[in-house]
Write a protein that binds this ligand. Structure first.
Ligand code: SAM
Ligand code: SF4
Length: 331
């Protein structure tokens, strides 16, 4: 059944939902989680596969056509490929993607491709083993690179994106190696500006290495040419002038892209969030489990989306960091 499009109070049509399938993770990235981890959700509090399927199906009826699966680390959720296959079969969804740290990709790449995931983002912050360990608190670079190679063997999985969080004092040393990596492999490397969503709350403006700074440093060695920006795209994409590869820059701090943001988020415990930086969220799990009809749920979702924030306030005095950190929201 087709429903009216999902539109917010500022006239933006919602087309994309990020679904967190777990708050758990096998890494402890400095910019995301504390070394000791976080208090995990109880199993019962996490949405079941059928509940996620129902909510995404309802969103698809309202015109949401893209679902990105994330976490925590999505691949630590038991039987995750079965969920991916369930969602790939939802009518109206035509873009199913995943963001993963890659640690379990060697095990899962074939199952994920077979399940129907069409686009893959793999997070890698350093191409040097010791520095990767420093950032993720796991000595896992070789395993992640093996996972990436396992995935790359499937033509259907391309183009593969490799995401690196850019932090001043750390990432400068990584920029040229990543540029070469993007030139030598069929991966688009994308730098993401560090955002105030870390559980340790050690973010500050001075730690944001901006996309523009990285682009200039790369351009001085390997000239870059801007590519046209696609609507609702989060990344500014450049190609190397000699045609050998591409780089992307996701600049939510220095160049916010809120004006045409078409995204909402569903947390692992069934809360709808209309912005990464939302201070309020809307519970969908309780009504879902209390017997709400699809029409009831539609109304709750519409009311929440109507109040979607015009923009984030990261660059303004008085900015308040949300209580949830990135792994508990679903980045
Ligand atoms: N565990 C998976 C992974 O790391 O790819 C998926 C979840 S993770 C929260 C999603 C993305 O958010 C990753 O690319 C990660 O690097 C990024 N991220 C986490 N904390 C961040 C922060 N404070 N600022 C910017 N990006 C962040
Ligand atoms: Fe885990 Fe991803 Fe957060 Fe790193 S960024 S701790 S891999 S959820």
């Amino acid at each position: 059944m087709a429903r009216a499009p999902l539109v917010d109070g500022h006239g933006r049509h919602i087309g994309d939902v990020r679904v967190s399938v777990t708050d758990r993770c096998n890494f402890r990235c400095q910019y995301c989680m504390p070394a000791e981890g976080l208090p995990w959700l109880e199993r019962d509090d996490v949405l079941r596969f059928e509940e996620i399927e129902r909510l995404t199906g309802l969103l698809a009826e309202m015109g949401v056509s893209a679902v990105r699966l994330t976490g925590g680390e999505p691949l630590v959720r038991r039987e995750f490929p079965r969920l991916a296959a369930m969602l790939a079969a939802v009518a109206g969804l035509d873009d199913l993607s995943i963001t993963t740290n890659g640690f379990l990709l060697e095990r899962d790449a074939a199952a994920l491709v077979e399940a129907g995931i069409g686009r893959f983002n793999v997070s890698i912050d350093s191409l040097q083993r010791d520095r990767f360990y420093e950032m993720t608190r796991r000595d896992a670079l070789p395993q992640v690179l093996r996972g990436l190679a396992a995935l790359a063997a499937f033509p259907q999985a391309h183009p593969i994106k490799v995401n690196a969080v850019a932090i001043r004092g750390f990432t400068e040393e990584e920029t040229l190696p990543f540029a070469r990596f993007a030139r030598e492999h069929p991966y688009e490397v994308r730098f993401i500006e560090f955002m105030p969503l870390d559980a340790d709350r050690s973010w500050d403006h001075a730690k944001v290495l901006t996309g523009d700074e990285i682009r200039a440093a790369v351009h001085a060695v390997y000239p870059l040419e801007a590519q046209p920006r696609e609507p609702n795209a989060t990344a500014r994409v450049f190609r190397f002038a000699d045609g050998q590869g591409r780089l992307g820059f996701i600049n939510p701090v220095s160049e916010p892209f809120c004006a045409d943001c078409d995204r909402i988020r569903l947390t692992a415990d069934g809360k709808l969030r209309t912005c990464l930086f939302s201070l309020n969220e809307t519970d969908l799990r309780a009504p879902l489990r209390d017997g709400a009809t699809d029409d009831d749920l539609e109304q709750i979702i519409r009311d929440a989306v109507w109040r979607k924030e015009l923009k984030h306030h990261v660059n303004e005095p008085g900015f308040i960091q949300p209580a949830r950190s990135m792994s508990a929201i679903g980045g």
